[in-house]
Design a binder for this molecule. Structure first.
Ligand code: 2HA
Ligand code: ZN
Length: 264
């Protein structure tokens, strides 16, 4: 399967889960030069997009596929050329469009956050490739009813199901409500990304990052599943649960380096 097919398949799955209504959500994925060459000529620049407010120097020379602003995940599988763009970071403030956005589009409004997250994740993980933002329903619900504390969210989500601590041992970070689409929310999200792959935006959704489409999609599914379980049981009488000792037992059995200071 080519990179366009792989990406649009995941966008379609995210839509079908109900996490990307209308134009909600966005994705950016680092492509290899070989992948770009299989789609277009990487030396033919269609147009340029400028990002003067932040520094992309650590990503210069990299290629990204990025969803377009205002575009619907629902439409990406059947119409990738209008909904997605392939770009090269040509200097610290410029993205060059090489393919896509054929109806005159431009990168997602959350491109500042995506690009700053890529730069931060690449510092801690050279194999990092992907950022997905989506509007996961039950995670949003939790941000309406709980204090916005990263350790508290992490503890709750770990204790909802056995798999959680295995899939996101570093936990989740939570940010308060901040105006979306700007450089400031990008700066604060990226700052969390030095320690976390997943950052929750209160009353908005989640940003998840990782090395592959499967890894990041799986991370979103697992976090949202834990949140769904929490929302289904939070107003019920709890008779038994996963204890701190159970979580430590899982971590020891699977040799997982989990975030300390929450359950121990
Ligand atoms: O692009 O999800 O956060 C639509 C959004 C903005
Ligand atoms: Zn959003």
């Amino acid at each position: 399967m080519g990179c366009i097919e792989e990406v649009t398949e995941i966008l379609d799955l995210l839509y079908k889960h109900g996490w990307d209504e209308r134009n909600g959500g966005n994705l950016s994925y680092i492509l290899t030069e070989e992948e770009v060459k299989s789609v277009c000529d990487p030396t033919k620049v269609i147009k340029e997009f400028k990002y003067d407010d932040f520094d992309l120097s650590l990503a210069v020379g990299r290629y990204f596929i990025i969803t377009g602003t205002g575009k619907y995940f629902k439409n990406c599988l059947k119409d990738p050329r209008n909904n997605l763009g392939i770009m090269k970071v040509s200097d610290a403030h410029t993205l060059q469009l090489l393919w896509g956005y054929e109806d005159g589009g431009r990168p997602t409004s959350e491109a500042p956050t995506h690009l700053q997250c890529h730069i931060e994740r690449l510092k801690v993980d050279p194999s990092h490739r992907l950022v997905i933002h989506c509007h996961t329903t039950n995670i949003i619900c939790m941000t309406h009813i709980l204090p916005l504390d990263s350790d508290k969210f992490t503890e709750i989500l770990w204790k909802m199901q056995t798999e959680s601590i295995v899939v996101f041992p570093e936990g989740v970070a939570v940010l308060p409500w901040i105006l979306c689409g700007g450089t400031e929310i990008g700066r604060q999200t990226a700052a969390k990304m030095s320690e976390y792959r997943s950052v929750i935006w209160a009353q908005h959704g989640i940003f998840c990052t990782g090395r592959s489409l499967d890894e990041v999609f799986g991370l979103i599914e697992t976090i949202e599943k834990a949140a769904e379980i929490y929302m289904k049981i939070c107003d019920k009488k709890i008779v038994q649960s996963i204890s701190n000792e159970n979580l430590i037992e899982i971590a020891e059995a699977f040799k997982i380096d989990y975030r300390h200071g929450i359950i121990d």
